[in-house]
Design a protein around this ligand. Structure first.
Ligand SMILES: [Zn+2]
Ligand SMILES: [Zn+2]
Length: 122
């Protein structure tokens, strides 16, 4: 499978505590999750270890929003996370979602600080 952003090869990765295998780009370290995998891994301890890419690279790649699903080749939607609108990922409704390097960690840690800010705004 090729990375939808930089076209480098993506390799399967998993980590100790999980049976979930995702795909990570060997070059930009973007992450591809098949449907449901992201939600599943979000709840798993240390799953952010797979997100070992350079956040600066991820920020640059985040501006590339015109890319195709690595599974079916259809153009993916650029989706802003409902709870954390600064996170934008690419999604194919049939196959899954793509996070730039660093984004999954951010997505997972809907940080305590962000929760507190939301509480204070109510
Ligand atoms: Zn890549
Ligand atoms: Zn697709």
């Amino acid at each position: 499978m090729d990375c939808p952003k930089c076209n480098a090869l993506m390799e399967p990765v998993s980590y100790g505590g999980s049976n979930t295998t995702i795909d990570r780009c060997t070059q930009c370290h973007g992450l591809w999750f098949d449907l449901d995998e992201a939600e599943r891994m979000r709840g798993e301890w240390m799953s952010e270890l797979v997100d070992n890419g350079d956040v600066a690279v991820g920020k640059v790649n985040n501006k590339i929003t015109d890319c195709d699903c690595p599974r079916c080749g259809k153009k993916m939607d650029h989706v802003k996370d409902a709870e954390q609108p600064h996170i934008g990922y690419e999604a194919c409704t049939e196959h899954g979602m793509y996070f730039d390097a660093g984004e999954f960690t951010d997505y997972k840690y809907d940080t305590l600080l962000e929760k507190i800010i939301r509480l204070l705004r109510r």
